[in-house]
Structures are given as C-alpha cells and as structure tokens.
Design a protein around this ligand. Structure first.
Ligand SMILES: *Cc1c(COP(=O)(O)O)cnc(C)c1O
Length: 244
C-alpha cells in the first residue's frame, strides 16, 4: 500500500553498518519508476529491485528483476534457473515484449497521468467528506489512494457494496488497524491504472468520487448507481497509451 517514496538512502546507510543490502520490492511501482514518476531505488541505495509486469507496468503477468551489482549475478541467476523456473513461455515473452515496446513509446505520459489522476481522486474524495490517508502530503505519489472508511463501515463490506455499483476497489489495512483486523480492515484502496488506460483525466475523477460517495451515503441503491456507472463508462471504449 505504498503512497510515498521511502527514505532509501538513509535505510541503506543503516543496513550497510552490518553488511546488509537493500532489496526493493517494486511490484506495484515498477511502471512508475520506469516512467520517471517515483524514486529510482537502484540509484538511491537498493542493490536489487523486483517488479510485477502486470501492475503499473501494465503488461502480462510476470516478474522483472534488475540489479547493478556483479557480486549477485550468480546467486540470482542460479535461484531463477534451475531453482525456481525452467521454461520461458514464449507466449508470455511475446506479450511482455509488446508491453515493453508500448511502455517505451507511451510509458512516461501514461505513468504521469496515472499519478495525476490518483492525486485528483484523493482530493475529490476528501472534499466530499472521506478521510484520505496522506492528505497533508498531497494524497499520493503513486497510482493509488487509500481512504479510512470507518465512518461508513468496514473496508470489506464497502468494497462489496461498491462492487454492486460496478466500482472495483480493494479492502486494505491502514496504520491504526491490528493484524486481527485483516478480514475486516478500516481502509479502502483505489487504483487509477485502468481508468487512466481508458483515457480518463482529472475531471473524471470528480465523477468517480461522486459515484463512490453516492454509494457510501446511500443516496441511491447500488443497483441504480450501477446504471449511471455503465452509462459513464460507455464514453471510454478506446484503450490509450498503446499502439493501434
Ligand atoms: C503484487 C505484489 C507482489 C507479487 O507480485 P506478482 O507479480 O503478483 O507475483 C509482491 N510484492 C508486492 C508488494 C506486491 O504488491
């Protein structure tokens, strides 16, 4: 549930005191990092970074590992082959190549708009009365925002209710939750990767925030809001940031 960059320089200085190295799990942020929208972990002290090709990178499900330190070439490549993976699945490699080519052509614009949309969504939800994490720092530097939804219920029930209105979100633990709150956390996590891919911009985040609050405040039934969501979504049929 990363919203902001980590103090990696300071963290790597601390672990270096006992010979440790920073491994940065950039599963979500891989695309943002490649698109220049997030901190650059390998230049800030991490020695290895992993990322998911199917999150902000917006390609087929698979993993990417990057590093600069020749000392870890052998342990990493041995761990991958033969220890963890044997075949390279050419169908997936072709899809990954296409996604990477599109990323080189459109990634910077796409990632910049994802972050702008997330910030606009955070701000629109907060203005409408929802408590947003990180509001004092501009809500987010990533593709996602997190709401504290305790005033309306728990994150799971609210995600399900929004789902009835065709609004897909994710329940999420927030800092005040305890491990035993796992199934019924107080937070709701919302990402903008897909709506941005459909060509939505900041003004559309206001519309989405209106829909979300209409569900939370029981202004209409989720089924009725769903009809409006379907109408709204119909205007966005083209996939953006990719080759025709
Ligand atoms: C999604 C995720 C993973 C797992 O990545 P997959 O590509 O789904 O295997 C690992 N770490 C974090 C922080 C994640 O969000």
């Amino acid at each position: 549930m990363t919203l902001f960059p980590f103090p990696l320089k300071e963290m790597s200085a601390i672990v270096a005191e006992w010979g440790g190295k920073i491994f940065f799990d950039g599963a979500h942020q891989l695309g943002l990092i490649g698109g220049g929208q997030f901190q650059d972990p390998l230049r800030e002290g991490a020695v290895i970074m992993t990322g998911s090709a199917g999150k902000t990178f917006s390609g087929p499900q698979s993993g990417i590992i990057v590093w600069n330190d020749p000392e870890i070439n052998k342990p990493i490549t041995d761990a991958i082959f033969p220890a963890l993976a044997a075949t390279h699945q050419v169908n997936r490699v072709a899809a990954l190549a296409a996604a990477a080519a599109e990323f080189l052509a459109f990634g910077e614009d796409y990632m910049a708009q994802i972050v702008k949309n997330a910030q606009a969504l955070g701000s629109a939800l907060q203005e409408r009365g929802l408590t947003m994490l990180g509001a004092h720092k501009g809500f987010t530097r990533t593709h996602q925002v997190i709401a504290d939804v305790r005033a309306y219920g728990n994150g799971l029930d609210i995600a399900n209710k929004l789902g009835q209105a065709n609004i897909i979100t994710n329940k999420n633990l927030i800092p005040s939750d305890q491990p035993e709150n796992w199934d019924y956390p107080s937070g709701l996590r919302i990402g903008t990767t897909e709506v941005t891919r459909l060509g939505m911009k900041e003004k559309d985040m206001e519309t989405i925030a209106d829909f979300i609050l209409a569900v939370l405040e029981d202004k209409k039934s989720p089924e009725n809001i769903r009809k409006e969501v379907i109408e709204f979504r119909k205007q966005y049929q083209k996939i953006h940031y990719c080759f025709d």
